[in-house]
Each structure stands twice: as C-alpha cells, then as structure tokens.
Ligand binder design. Structure first.
Ligand code: ADP
Ligand code: MG
Length: 687
C-alpha cells in the first residue's frame, strides 16, 4: 500500500476513533489507516439470507422483513436485568422478539413500522422467536443487515460494531486510492481481481463469491511478495550452475562402519549423489526424525567431496554438537587419510589461526564448526560442499554467507524438525527435499510416561536402579536458575537439591546456556565418557546430542515445552541397544496440557506429533510461522491455501527466469519489495 497521506494517516483521526480507542487499536497493531485496512476479518456473518417468517427453520440464522404489530414492552424482573419484548409479522407468520439488557431498543421501535430483523430463529411448534436480533429500519440502506458482515478480532474497548464502523470509515477514505502492484498481465494469467475491488470485498463483500475472489488476490499478493523477498535474501536465483562431482567408490568408508545403512539412508544418499554429479548446484534438505541417522549421510557426502579434491564444511548450531561430531568423525576420516579440523568460537585465538591457515592452504579437507566457520577471515582453498546440521537454528542469511565462500559449493541442509509441506515450499521454494523415513533396526521405541509430583520419589528410585546397571540419565529443566516470577524447576536449583538429597551418592553434572563454552564442553565430555551418571540441563542438549548409553530422559515442567521440542529431547535417548524411558513431569492441571502429554505418550513419530501440535495450537500461528522468523501472515493460511501457493510458485519462477522485475510493468511490485527487505525480512531465520 502506498504511503501517501490517506494510508499513513494516524488512526485516531478516523471518524469513530479518538484517543481512547486509538490506544485500544494499537494493541491490535493498528496505528494508521493502512493498518486498519489490512486488518482482515476473522470470519463473516451472513445477514443477507432473507426469509419469510413461516419458512424459517429452527436454529437458522436469517433476516426477516416484518412490521411491528405491538408496542414494545419493557419489564425488569430483577435488578440488572431488563427485558424488551415486541411482536412482528410479515403476513406469513408472527415473530416474538426479545432483547435482554438493551433498553434503548425500545426507543427505536414503533408499532406499524417495518424493520429488518437478523438473528437466530427458534421454533416452538407454532411459535417463532428471536433473541437479541439485530434491527434496522427497512427503508434504510441496510448497513447492519441485509448483507454479509465482517467479523473482526477485537480487544478490550472496541466492540464488533465499533470495529466495523472504523474500518468502513477508513475504507471510505481510501476507496479508489489503492495502488495496484500486480501487473495486469499477471492478474489475467492467474485470474486475480484488481486491488481496490479486493479491499472493498474482503471487508464488506457483496457476495461470498466476491469475497473469495478478493481473498484469493490478497493471499496471492502476500505469498508472492514473501517468496520474491526470500529469494532476494538468499541471494540466489532458483537454479544455479554448480560443481559436477565425479562418481566415487564409497566402500572404503562404508566398510569401516559398524553398521550397514538403512534402505532409507541408501535412498537419500543416492539422491545426494545424483545431485552432486549433476552440473546444477545441489540445494537439498534432508529431513529425518531424531535418531534416523542423518550424521552418516553428511559424512558420506563429505567423503565424496574430498575424494573429488574439494573441501567440505560442516556447520552446526552449538559447540556441544560440533565437538561431538568432531569426536566421532575425526578418527574415521583420519583412518582414511582425510584431515578434519574443529573450529569453534571459544577456541584460543592461536588455535583458530592455525586451523584457518590449514584450510586456506588446503591442508585440511574438512572443517566442523559453529558460526566461527562463516567469519569473514575464514577463507577456503577449494570449498565444494557445505552442510548445515539441525539447520533450523541458522538464518537464511548465514547459510547464504557460508555458500558464498566457495565458487558455488553444493549445499546440504539437515533437519529433524518436521516441516509441513506447504511451509517448506514457502521457506525453501528452491530446495529439494529428501526424507529418511525409517529408523535404524533394533531400536526399541522409547517408553514415555506423563507423571505428576506424586511419582517423584519413584522416578528417582528408577534412575538409581538404571545407574546401578551402568546407564545414564538426563534431567531437563525449563529454567537455568530459580526465579521469583516463574514457578518452574530450575536446573541449578534441582541439581543442587538432588546432589544432596534424592540422588546423593550419584555423580550429578549440570549444564546450561549461561555457562562458558569450555565449562560446557568439559561437562559434556564427562557425560559422554561416563564420568557422570546424571546430567541436569536446560534445553542446550536439545539438538543432536548423541550418548547411546543414556537411557532416561526426565523433563521437568513438560507443559512448558512445545511438543516438537519434547520430541527432540526424547530423541536424546533410545539411541543405543538399551530400553529407554522418557518421563514427562506435567505440573499443569489444564486439559490442553493433559492432551499434549497424551500425544507424547502415544506417538513416537515426529511428523504425527508436529501435526497434532498444530491442531491443538489452533489457527492463530498455525505453522509456527513466527517461530521461523517470517513476518506473520495477514491473510494467507498455509493450511488452506496450497492451491494459491502453487500458482504463486509458477509466477515466481516466471518472474525470476525472465527477470521481469526489471520491466516497467513490474515497477510498483519491485518498489513494494524493496520496502519489505529493510523491515520485515531483515533478520529472517529458519526457526
Ligand atoms: P540424527 O538423525 O538424530 O542426527 P544420528 O546421526 O546422530 O541421528 O544417529 C543416531 C545413532 O544411530 C548414532 O549412534 C548412529 O551411529 C546410529 N546409526 C545411524 N545409522 C545407523 C544404521 N543404519 N544402523 C544402526 N545404527 C545407525
Ligand atoms: Mg543429528
């Protein structure tokens, strides 16, 4: 929307607003006319369904046109209760009308006049009645009845009718002034209506068909802008030329593994091989549930790159994870004559310099690290492959920055976060997706229990028993330290308590995000090496951590975590041959918490869990769009709008392939895009 005077006008100057309501509207993000006009209805109420009284069905919402046949009568059976009653007829039947606590209605009604009444009809044999009908003189223009009314989300201090008035007044000012950003040719091709029509009919549709047309266009525009902006941020066109790797015999590496690949892993690696061997640049997302074995896929791809004479970079979100990968991968690659280096932010400057020198000179083949890998002074000799693990912690920009370090390195992105198909299309319009849809064999599913405080002692006994058998346990808390405001278990508090009491005699470690990296590494190393029996932690161990000997995961205040997060945490156990257990302390009594825990108990499948989670979270933030750092959608609904999204994808391809944004017809669209980059899309991250 162009920011000329009308659209940028502060909302308080709109008829029907004023200071107090302006403050209320601000809570809804409405500060000016433009905000009001893009505050789209939540739903609609059809007040256009005109019926003869005699034909109205029981329970039907309808509009009747009828003459008042009695004077309105008011009664006050109780304090705080006033009842106005009247009777109307349209010749076909009589209708009893009742209003509760709306005394003023009495003054709006007079016997012998004709009105429109909208409401739900109740039928009781011969008698028909309506409670609290909306009413309007029948000779008026039908502002409140006889049409489809928008229903808006509200906030304290604004009624539904206030909101309708405000938006209608804003619309009256803006009518005919919306600037069209979609070129005519594009609108024709995708059957999209014009912008002014859209705003008119999204708020006050003449019919539901009009509303659908309006909506389609606005959704299309919203998704189109987002897709084009994302492509701009990624700094890549849809398809790029890349390195054409040669085929490599993988058996020297495979022979060294203690297991054989699952069919799913083989299939995914075949897809990666095909990508790497093609002249186009690989842009692939590998999605696999926790424990499905994504790391080995990365190792295979790195091996292939190195055997082709290129370097590989393996980037992960935490130092703990970088260390872990390094510990596992280094000995394997070393035995194959491949030089692997670790690079993390907390390493000593001198050590880092040394690693950087080896990378620059091409003496190191693979670097595993955190964000340090994308620092500006990191220069590769011959970078051919970039892999990001649990990439949802990385922003698109960071990903782009890393791939800019090679000429055009192939890109592999690995994640356990199940991403609904529609969202992945929006986020990764240019990524191909491979799915590892099976777990390695002989995994015993983790047994999950949702418990309350009454079980605490038994849980600690259970931990003791397993530790006596040589196992290890995690206890995850929502907070680092005790808090005055939030009543939840803190890692520090709990660790201290159980060391001295419930788990006295066991070796209890503590790890959380506020500790220095070196301290964290030491604790993690102790746990990996079996020098600790119990690790009390915050969610720093959420992603990727692999200690197959650990078989118990206790989550305190489980109700405070998202289901996908709980699933990630549970994924820390069940990684070896031992039967594993996940114990969720649910400290909430709410029904929704119980339902959520129930889902965790019943399902071990990350996809199922994320879908259920969405169902329970409701339509508000339906795909966790905000979590992904995207601007919140004003109108698009990724659940419903798959068809429109497909059209948008086609349009985007056409626009990019033909460089249409440089054409004058696309000038307004380009201008709008430019203004978006600076504001909404700036710090986009993929989680
Ligand atoms: P994630 O997909 O969660 O990153 P990892 O790559 O960490 O999973 O693998 C989890 C565990 O499964 C590791 O201990 C790994 O060695 C093991 N693993 C991976 N693939 C197989 C396989 N095909 N057979 C048996 N174990 C496997
Ligand atoms: Mg992993």
């Amino acid at each position: 929307m162009p920011f000329n005077t009308v659209f940028s006008q502060p909302i308080k100057y709109i008829k029907g607003v004023g200071e107090a309501r302006a403050r209320a509207l601000a809570k809804l993000g409405i500060f000016n006319v433009s905000d009001a006009l893009t505050f789209f209805p939540r739903e609609y109420e059809d007040r256009s369904n005109l019926k003869k009284i005699s034909e109205a069905q029981d329970g039907e919402e309808c509009l009747v046109k009828a003459t008042l046949v009695s004077d309105p009568v008011e009664s006050k059976p109780r304090r705080n209760l006033s009842i106005v009653k009247a009777m109307a007829s349209d010749g076909s039947a009589f209708l009893n009308l009742t209003w509760f606590n709306q005394q003023y209605i009495k003054n709006n009604l007079s016997k012998g006049s004709e009105y429109l009444f909208f409401g739900k009809v109740k039928r009781n044999g011969m008698f028909l009645k309506m409670h609290n009908p909306v009413l309007e003189k029948s000779d008026g223009h039908g502002r409140m009845t006889g049409r489809i009314m928008p229903v808006y989300s509200l906030t304290k201090g604004i009624t539904q009718n206030n909101m309708r008035n405000i938006i209608e007044n804003a619309l009256n000012l803006a009518r005919g002034k919306f600037e069209e950003v979609l070129p005519k040719s594009l609108r024709q091709e995708f059957k999209l209506c014009e912008v002014n029509f859209s705003y008119e009919h999204i708020h006050f549709p003449q019919s539901f068909t009009h509303k659908e047309e309006a909506r389609k266009r606005l959704v299309f525009e919203e998704l189109l802008l987002l897709q084009l902006a994302l492509i701009h941020v990624k700094g890549s066109s849809l398809r790029q030329k890349g390195i054409q790797f040669k085929h490599v015999d993988m058996s020297p590496l495979l022979d060294k593994l203690s297991f054989t690949l699952t069919e799913a892993q083989k299939k995914v690696f075949r897809e990666i091989e095909a990508d790497m061997e093609s002249p186009a640049r690989m842009n692939r997302l590998v999605q696999g549930d926790v424990g499905s074995g994504k790391t080995i896929i990365a190792v295979l791809a790195l091996y292939k790159a190195v055997k082709n004479g290129y370097q590989g970079a393996f980037m992960v979100p935490t130092e703990i994870l970088a260390e872990q990968h390094y510990r596992n991968i280094e000995p394997l690659f070393n035995s194959l004559g491949i030089c692997v280096k670790l690079l993390t932010g907390s390493m000593k400057k001198r050590e880092k310099e040394e690693v950087k020198r080896l990378i620059l000179e091409g003496k190191a083949d693979v670097v595993i690290g955190t964000h340090a890998v994308i620092e500006d002074d990191m220069v590769f000799n011959q970078l051919g492959l970039v892999i990001t693990d649990e990439q949802h912690r990385f922003g698109v920009r960071q990903r782009a920055r890393l791939s800019a370090k090679g000429e055009s390195p192939d890109l592999l992105v690995m994640t356990a976060t199940p991403i609904p198909r529609t969202l992945s299309l929006v986020l990764y319009g240019d990524l191909d997706v491979s799915i590892i849809d099976m777990l390695p064999p002989n995994r015993k599913p983790v047994k999950t229990y949702a418990v309350d405080e009454s079980m605490r002692e038994r849980i600690y006994d259970f931990i003791r028993k397993n530790v006596a058998d040589g196992r290890q346990a995690y206890i995850v808390c929502p907070l680092v330290e005790d808090s005055e405001e939030i009543e939840a278990q803190s890692a520090e508090g709990l660790a201290e308590r159980i060391r001295d009491n419930e788990l006295k005699g066991l070796r209890v470690g503590l790890i959380h995000g506020k500790m220095k990296s070196q301290e964290k590494d030491q604790v993690m190393k102790d746990f990996v090496e079996g020098n600790l029996d119990v690790l009390v932690s915050t969610t720093v161990i959420e992603v990727g951590v692999n200690v197959p000997n650990a078989n118990i995961m206790v989550v305190e205040n489980a109700e405070r975590f998202g289901l996908s997060q709980l699933h990630q945490l549970r994924g820390r156990v069940g990684r070896g041959e031992h039967q594993s257990y996940c114990i969720l302390f649910n400290q909430s009594k709410s029904k929704i918490s119980r339902q959520r825990m129930e889902i965790m108990v019943k399902s071990n499948d990350g996809f199922v869990i994320s879908e259920k989670d969405l169902e329970l979270r409701g339509p508000g933030d339906i795909f966790g769009v905000r979590q992904h750092g995207l601007p919140e959608f004003k109108i698009a609904n990724l659940y419903r709008d798959m068809e429109i999204l497909k059209d948008v994808q086609r349009a985007v391809e056409k626009i990019i392939d033909n460089n249409l944004l440089e054409e004058s017809e696309y000038g307004p669209l380009k201008k709008k895009l430019d203004s978006m980059y600076d504001t909404q899309i700036k710090e986009l991250s993929l989680n």
